[in-house]
Design a protein around this ligand. Structure first.
Ligand SMILES: *Cc1c(COP(=O)(O)O)cnc(C)c1O
Length: 377
């Protein structure tokens, strides 16, 4: 059980940034993480991702909030999964693991492959066949993992890796591994350290429900330490074709364009509901059409290009704002509520979907006059 965090000299925030350079979440937040002097640091210097003010996007989709995007697509392998993976693989290395395994909708495998490459641990990833984004598949393959395309969905793949990790000396790198959540909670620390306080609302896409659980854990720990005075309300969004937590039952054949959250039986579902209820938030759902619209809007109005899953909470915010959901908070606070939405993965990971929503380039002859004409000037 990992209930206590261990203090260590390396986790002193004052010494973690050396010569102005960032050395990863274990170096920076080690005092809040279950690491000791004996834990090897398997890092790609993840974390310290930008928290970007997004007034132009807010004006378009939710004018009654102060919107910030936590761009976790800026992590080394392009998703928040790196925060958890540096912890999970460091602990696997400490335990002497030779082989590690995970099921993945794409980003977990890309991250696991990378951190196992650092550690020299053999990495095996199980992916649902034909259901992961091209960039993620490329990452796992190039980074040297053994990539198995399972003729089933993510939930099938997860069932298999859990079974194998229980019966063989193979480290499990899915978010059932508690070290993953320990690492991922540092996203909440960074948000609070940047703002100087907790946001009023925290919006996030929900798939296997590890990240919403981890963020809530992070906020609660900072609160218990007295580093923040109030806690945010947690607002999760699922895709309508893969919304077990909204429906109240598992979905056997989840479907959505947002492949990162195409999960019908979330492993951390109970904890996600707990985070929702303890914080007084909600978990809602949005359609694929709403997701794709919000993905393009967000990229065009902020410069932050997230993959489709990241647009689920943004599409959700637009609806909540229209319904007047934030009105009460605004009146109580006497200002616009601050809302942080996590852009969990980089848009470049899913070029096929991006090209579909981006539209076609305008072909012009190689002449200045033709370019002016195409510009409408
Ligand atoms: C994994 C992932 C999610 C879902 O996170 P969970 O912890 O499974 O809920 C959302 N977005 C992206 C980009 C992801 O890689």
């Amino acid at each position: 059980m990992i209930t206590e965090t261990t203090t260590n000299s390396i986790g002193n925030p004052k010494s973690a940034i050396r010569n102005g350079m960032w050395h990863g979440i274990i170096a920076h937040y080690g005092q809040y993480l279950p690491v000791t002097e004996a834990t090897p640091r398997i890092t790609l210097h993840e974390g310290n991702t930008p928290l970007i003010h997004a007034p132009r996007l807010a004006a378009e989709i939710a004018p009654d909030i102060e919107l910030y995007l936590k761009f976790d697509g800026a992590n080394p392998t392009g998703s928040f999964k790196d925060r958890g993976m540096t912890m999970a693989v460091s602990k696997a290395a400490e335990d002497g693991a030779k082989v590690a395994i995970c099921a993945s909708t794409g980003n977990t495998s890309a991250s696991a492959a990378a951190y196992c490459a650092v550690a020299g641990i053999r990495c095996v990833v199980l992916l649902p066949r034909n259901a992961i984004a091209l960039g993620k598949l490329a990452q796992a393959l190039v980074q040297g993992a053994t990539v198995l395309a399972v003729e089933g969905n993510f939930d099938d793949a997860l069932r298999i890796v859990v079974q194998l990790s229980q019966t063989h000396p193979i480290a499990l790198l899915n978010s059932l591994n508690p070290y993953r959540l320990e690492g991922q909670k540092t996203g909440a620390f960074e948000v609070c350290d940047f703002l100087g306080h907790a946001p009023d609302f925290h919006a996030i896409p929900v798939g296997n429900a590890g990240n919403i659980t981890a963020y809530w854990k992070g906020y609660k720990e900072y609160h218990a330490e007295g580093r923040i005075e109030a806690l945010p309300k947690m607002i999760g969004f699922q895709a309508a074709g893969a919304a077990p937590l909204v429906m109240g039952h598992g979905i056997d054949k989840p479907e959505t364009v947002a492949t990162a959250i195409r999960i019908g039986h979330p492993a951390r579902g109970e904890e996600a509901l707990q985070a929702r209820d303890e914080s007084g938030g909600l978990i809602g759902m949005v359609s694929d059409a709403e997701i794709l619209k919000a993905q393009k809007q967000a990229a065009a109005l902020t410069g932050v290009f997230g993959e489709p899953a990241c647009a689920a909470p943004l599409a959700g915010l637009a609806k909540l704002s229209q319904e007047g959901y934030f009105r009460e908070a605004r009146e109580q606070l006497g200002r616009k509520p601050v809302l942080v939405s996590v852009v969990t993965g980089h848009g470049l990971k899913d070029p096929n979907t991006a090209i579909q929503i981006g539209g076609e380039p305008i072909v012009v002859p190689a002449e200045a006059e033709a370019v002016l004409q195409a510009m409408g000037l």
